[in-house]
Ligand binder design. Sequence first.
Ligand code: DOR
Ligand code: ZN
Length: 357
Amino acid sequence: MAQTPRTLPSRILLRQPDDWHVHLRDGAMLEAVVADTARQFARAIVMPNLKPPVTTTALGTAYRDRIRAATPAGVAFEPLITLYLTDALDPDEVRCGVGEGVFTAAKLYPANATTNSAAGVTDVANIRGVLAVMQDLDMPLLIHGEVTERHIDIFDREAVFIERTLIPLVRDFPGLRIVFEHITTAEAAAFVAESGPNIAATITPHHLLLNRNAMFDGGIRPHAYCLPVVKRETHRLALVAAATGGSGKFFLGTDSAPHAVEDKESACGCAGIYNAAHALEAYAQVFGAAGALDRLQGFASDHGPDFYKLPRNSRQVVLERTPQQVPVSIHAAGTSIVPFLAGTTLDWTFAGFADQR
Ligand code: DOR
Ligand code: ZN
């Protein structure tokens, strides 16, 4: 039964969540953003689309060290590092990085699909050797699922990717664990739901809260632009149903992707939405509106570790039903970032750990 606002609880306790898809960047931007993620999430799958990308065990180790160094003292946060797949990647690099405990997963960016993906994979045929090793090692493959052909409508690129690339890939590597990242369409939600237990998906707060009108609301809105782009309302509703439906195949992945304000508000603005500062509250907004707050813990805290075969977190966090306004801008790296939902009011406030209150 749908919960009306009057029946919403005044606080919720949740097992501490993890973020199964985040961009922490590097250098000054890493220093500026990592605390927002580390404050709420025990672990995060950190995306490897740096300049240069994380394509070797040595680069992965060094990046993990920089993230740890940038994490505020006393905050328990574990970055889980991902390997950036390229056409030329040696399968031995995968064996080495997994053997040394550096890489949790590997990320497939179709070349030129999104930010810093120029070195990505031009054809899945080029990485068959790597995928075979990953399947052997039971290492999850994380996929940015969009075709890149410019003649294909940008709103159709995810659905076309399923037909052309994902279905053959799943057929050829039936034992490979795959996370279809940041799904945006009813087609993707259905594909994942109907696939075997080795196929799962992350869903972002922005794809749960926005439809494509948000990019054109009274004028062009660069802060609602990300890739894959938000789709029409029917797709948003399908994603909400998937996230709140209780299936273990769907879990939290913010795809929080910070860009300096001047890079977003530009004639060719970057793709990416920064939602890390209020991520859990934004998801709570979605689950509250759907009358499904009792399923938030599964989505945010249980399904991800279960899929990754990692232990669930033991601490509990508290969300209080205290309204808060999202700042219109956040200082970062000598400039500012306009966060997701800037200036709007959220119903919930993250109130720390239950054992520290
Ligand atoms: O919107 C996006 N931003 N989508 C991606 O796939 C990459 C990300 C980024 O790194 O900025
Ligand atoms: Zn991403």
